[in-house]
Ligand binder design. Structure first.
Ligand code: C5P
Length: 309
């Protein structure tokens, strides 16, 4: 009898920025307690999973393709294994090929690796006809990384704990962003470590509670939102990569309402008044010689979704 080979499944998954990232104390498990407002952007990766008996493993193309590890520690392959084990079919993990098309910068502070893991969970779940609820996938996602659950849900969400506990924030408005990619990535643990060091030797500024920002989001007024963007990791990212100070200034000089380092950096996100302004800011920033490349994006957008062919 001929075995029926299921068709490949492709999932599109958003990047994220943190509109607000308040970092608390270092915990005993090596993580920091966070209060953060995640915002999913239209800058995306695409992940295709295919059933294979020949060539399991992962292949990466696109933005930063040579920087992504393709061994067993690849986060997408870890997602395949975690899901296969969760449903009691560990042997299925060796019968999948994962192809990742990257648009999200690698080690850029936009949760690109986490996005690929979330996309892989959704894709394998469809490939294997598992019919799992997104909340069940989110539990597996949280074991893979702090930002993986958010990439499943997308939208805008308040995150606490390590960032994995999420409450959706309803927002009917679209915001327009320009993203400045740096020449090289930054290691997330190093940036958190630099913040601990800065706090041990001084008193870097801390962002406040999220309430005012959540109200600004609900108003839909980008000018109000711009005043409230903030990131405790920014001082640490700038300390490790002093050139970011120039990038942040250049975005505002180019006409953005405000700029903020995204997550642990080094990508800088600039909020603009509308889509046309974002295009103008992007063009000017691209010519300013302060970053490797620029992209425009909007948010919020949905989380990891199977793509309609
Ligand atoms: O959860 P994830 O694997 O993405 O985290 C990468 C690293 O970032 C952690 O090992 C830790 O050093 C740091 N981190 C942290 N506190 C968080 C999230 C991440 O210190 N809430």
């Amino acid at each position: 009898m001929l075995a029926v080979v299921p068709p490949p499944v492709t999932v599109r998954v958003p990047s994220k920025i943190n509109l607000l990232l308040s970092v608390g104390d270092l915990r005993d498990d090596g993580y920091h307690d966070l209060t953060t407002v995640f915002h999913a952007l239209s800058l995306t990766d695409e992940v295709t999973v295919t059933a294979t008996t020949g060539e399991p493993g992962v292949e990466v193309t696109g933005e930063g393709e040579r920087l992504v590890p393709t061994g067993d520690d690849n986060l997408a392959l870890r997602a395949v294994r975690a899901l296969a084990e969760h449903v009691g079919r560990p042997e299925d993990a060796d019968r999948v090929r994962v192809v990742i098309r990257k648009g999200i910068p690698v080690a850029g502070g936009m949760a690109g690796g986490s996005a690929d893991a979330a996309a892989t969970l959704v894709a394998c779940s469809a490939l294997w006809h598992l019919d799992l609820h997104r909340d069940e996938l989110a539990e597996i996602a949280a074991t893979l990384g702090s930002d993986v659950p958010f990439a499943l849900y997308g939208g805008t969400a308040l995150g606490t704990g390590r960032g994995e506990r999420l409450v959706p924030v309803l927002s009917r408005h679209t915001y327009h962003w320009v993203l400045a990619f740096d020449q090289r990535g930054l290691s997330t643990p190093k940036v958190f470590g630099e913040l601990d060091r800065l706090r041990a030797t001084g008193d870097p500024p801390r962002v406040g509670a999220p309430e005012a920002l959540l109200e600004a989001l609900a108003s839909g007024d980008p000018r109000r939102l711009a005043l409230l963007l903030g990131n405790d990791l920014q001082a640490a990212a700038v300390s490790l990569r002093p050139g970011l100070r120039r990038t942040l200034r250049a975005g505002v000089t180019a006409g953005a309402l405000a700029g903020v380092v995204s997550g642990s950096g080094p990508t800088c996100a600039f909020l603009c008044s509308d889509g046309e302004s974002a295009l103008r800011v992007a063009a000017e920033l691209a010519g300013a010689g302060v970053c490797r490349t620029v992209r425009v994006a909007h948010g919020p957008v949905p989380g990891a979704r199977v793509r309609d062919e």
